[in-house]
Design a protein around this ligand. Structure first.
Ligand code: FAD
Length: 437
């Protein structure tokens, strides 16, 4: 480490992503000597998000951030598109209530956003050291006492270490707080930024101006029927287009995330939306999908785990940033409490989990959807057979020809039964209700 940096702190945060920066900002504002260690060249350079940032949870950490943070567009419309090879069924919701100050959510680009949050943390007094990998968590008996970075004299000490290392939670595993990541625990996602003139975006997506934006989640053929989703979000002068699926689905499958993205870009319903766009950045990342059933131990003696490292992602509702920011906030508040009491044991640090349960929807929501991804694995028809069936049924009913409508209805019923038995459909529905409701 640099010689002018002391090696003793009140709190060490590993990772300058959303969870780490939220924790660092909150600790520093409370007067704790806080250091953040980030392996990337700058905060945000290693981080990927679709990305939709939710206002209310973010403002719990950074009040009124939207007034000067580099957000892209408020999200006034949210769509779900079910793609088949040549068609799309669109569900869309638009509300003026989303336009009221402050809007419910914004599209964001992480490189800009993380830099802004890092600046806030530094202004509050946190020290952020980049281009430094934390290689090991230092322990004394059962107690975490610091970290060792991959630099000469890289040992740092603090009574509390907050692990905000993201989805590849190597240090959390090193401590035995998490087991190895399984192929069903994460989705591999690729994202491309496609630059387009702002006027073209507004005209193409029917947006009223720079304070209007939309998100589209895509299913079915968007992922070639694999368990995953695609997305398209409007930024000021670019689109964020991405697609991904569970790692377990990529085994023995002809697709890679990259080939899935190329495929999506050529889809007849997507190609016109990105036409004339210039390819900007291209990035790839994992999203933790293990949910409640695969959450690590969240606290130990002298250690707290937050954000993606703690598997705090609700894939059904595309929520990860909010849980990262809130878990960082509550871990920091717990660190402050521990310093006030001079007690860094697991007993006091367990208040972090209690706060997460009582003060946020995070654990409630993760618990509710704990069987969602295994449900989708058990019922692949939901992403393959049903979209095709729905599209064919709508096509038949809208096509005007010589066939009477009743005859078309019966043909649709026969078509459905050929594709999936009645008991199969009933099982998909009952198990779906059990897993999601
Ligand atoms: C493609 C994609 C789309 C997404 N879309 C959305 C969305 O639209 N809305 C939403 O709410 N969520 C979304 N998410 C989820 C969201 O991005 C994450 O939940 C959130 O970023 C988690 O923040 P984090 O701080 O826990 O982890 P990260 O942001 O991953 O930060 C971890 C940091 O730790 C650093 N690090 C790791 N190990 C070490 C080490 N040993 N030493 C030093 N530094 C280390 C990394 O470099 C990184 O900066 C998306 C995720 C992906 C991948």
């Amino acid at each position: 480490m640099a010689t002018d940096v002391s090696n003793k702190f009140d709190v060490i945060v590993v990772g300058a992503g959303l969870a780490g920066l939220s924790a660092a900002y909150t600790c520093a504002r409370a007067g704790l000597e806080t250091i953040v260690i980030e392996r990337g060249t700058k905060p945000g350079t290693k981080n990927v998000m679709g990305g939709v940032l939710y206002t209310q949870p973010t403002a719990r950490v950074f009040p009124e951030f939207w007034k000067d943070a580099p957000v892209e567009r408020p999200v006034l419309e949210q769509g779900a598109w079910i793609l088949t090879k040549d068609s799309v069924i669109k569900l869309s919701y638009r509300s003026q209530r989303f336009a009221q100050e402050p809007p419910n959510a914004f599209t964001v680009l992480r490189v800009k956003l993380d830099k802004y949050f890092a600046d806030q943390a530094e202004e509050a007094g946190a020290l952020i050291i980049c281009e430094t990998l934390v290689e090991e968590v230092l322990t004394e008996g059962e107690r975490v006492i610091g970290v060792r970075c991959g630099r000469p004299e890289g040992e740092l000490y603090a009574p509390i270490v907050i692990l905000a290392e993201g989805v590849n939670s190597e240090l959390t595993r090193q401590l035995g707080m998490q087991t190895d990541l399984k192929p069903t625990d994460a989705a591999s996602v690729v994202k491309e930024i496609i630059r387009l003139d702002r006027e073209v975006i507004e005209e193409r997506f029917n947006l009223s101006g720079p304070d209007d934006g939309l998100t589209i989640e895509m299913y079915g053929d968007a992922t070639a029927g694999l368990l995953g989703t695609g997305f398209l979000y409007t930024n000021q002068d670019s689109l964020s287009l991405g697609v991904g699926c569970l790692l377990s689905q990529l085994v023995d499958c002809p697709h890679t995330p990259y080939s899935m993205l190329q495929r999506l870009k050529q889809h007849p319903m997507i190609a016109p939306l990105i036409e004339g766009g210039e390819s900007g950045e291209y990035m790839s990342h994992l999203i933790p999908e293990g949910g409640y059933n695969r959450m690590p131990q969240l606290f130990g003696h002298g250690v707290l785990v937050v954000g993606d490292a703690a598997m705090l992602v609700n894939g059904v509702h595309r929520e990860g940033s909010n849980h990262a920011l809130l878990s960082g906030l509550l871990a920091a508040q717990t660190a402050v409490e521990a310093h006030e009491k001079g007690d860094f044991s697991g007993r006091v640090l367990s208040h972090y989990r209690a706060r997460l349960l009582e003060e946020t929807p995070t654990l409630h929501d993760l618990r509710k959807y704990r069987n969602a991804s295994t449900y989708m694995e058990r019922h692949p028809a939901v992403l393959t057979t049903y979209p095709e069936l729905a599209s064919d049924a709508i096509y038949e009913m809208l096509k005007v020809d010589d066939v009477p409508k009743r005859q078309k209805q019966w043909e649709i019923v026969r078509m459905a039964l050929r594709a999936r038995s009645l008991t199969g459909m009933a099982w998909d529905a009952i198990d779906g209700a059990r897993s999601m409701l």
